[in-house]
Design a protein around this ligand. Sequence first.
Ligand code: ADP
Ligand code: MG
Length: 248
Amino acid sequence: MPVLTTEVKTEKSVDKQNSETQQHITNTAAKVQLQSVTKTYANGSHALLNANLEVKKGEFLFITGPSGSGKSTLLKLLYGQELPTQGEVIVDECNVATLRGDRLSLLRRRIGIVFQDYKLINQRTVAENVTFVLQAQGYTRKEIQRRLEPTLKLVGLLKKADCFPDQLSGGEQQRVSIARAIVSTPPLLLADEPTGNLDPDNSWQVIQILQKLNSFGATVIVTTHDEQLVRRCNHPVVQVRNGKLSRK
Ligand SMILES: Nc1ncnc2c1ncn2[C@@H]1O[C@H](COP(=O)(O)OP(=O)(O)O)[C@@H](O)[C@H]1O
Ligand SMILES: [Mg+2]
C-alpha cells in the first residue's frame, strides 16, 4: 500500500491553504434545526421527546446531560444514522429523513464527526487515517497532499504523520480523529463526547482546536458531561434531560 508522504512546503503555502480552508468553511457554514422531534427506539426507549433546537451558522454549541439522556441520539439524527419517529431534522435546509443514497452521502460529506473512542484504523499511519476518506471520495493525490499538511499542522501532529495510532497518546489519537473529520473542510462539525477519555489538559487542547475551527466559520456542536469544561468556555449550552432540550 502506498504510504502518503508529506511534501515539504513553506510556512507561507501552509498559511495560504489555511486561509483557503477558512474561506471555504465561511462560505458554506451549516445551520441545524430540530422541529418537534421525538425519537423512540424499536425497543421502546424514548431518547428524545418533542425536542426543538436551532443552531445558527457559525455557532459553537455545547450539549450537556447525564448518560442516557439522548445526546448521542441527537447527533445521530443530524447525520442521518437514526431517523426521527416524529418531527423534522433539518441540516443545511435539507430534511435529513427524506434523503436517500447519493443525497444522504453528499450531506454526510459536509459533516465532520468526532467520537469519544477515536475510531482510528490501527494498521494505518496518521496520514493514512486522515486521508483515507478523501481517497474513498475520489480526491486526486495532489489535492489530498494539499490538504494533509495544513490539517495536521492545525491539530499539532505534523511530526507524527508516519506514526501508527498505538504509538500515540490518547490526546494525540483524538487529534488525529479531529484531523480526519476536518480534512474535507466540512461546514458542520459534530463531536460526541470528544473529551470523554481525556485528562483535563488534553481535553482543553481538543476544545481549543474545535474553537479554532469555529473561528474559521464552521458550526460546531459538542456533547459533553464535563460541566467544568463547559464553564471554562463562554459558549451557549443546551441541556438534555429525559429527552427534553432546554437552552441554559
Ligand atoms: N440503538 C438503540 N436502541 C435502543 N435504545 C437506544 C439505542 N441507542 C440509545 N438508546 C437509548 O436511548 C436513550 C438515549 O441514549 P443516548 O442518545 O445514547 O444517550 P447519551 O448519549 O446522552 O448517553 C437511552 O435510554 C438509551 O438506552
Ligand atoms: Mg452518548
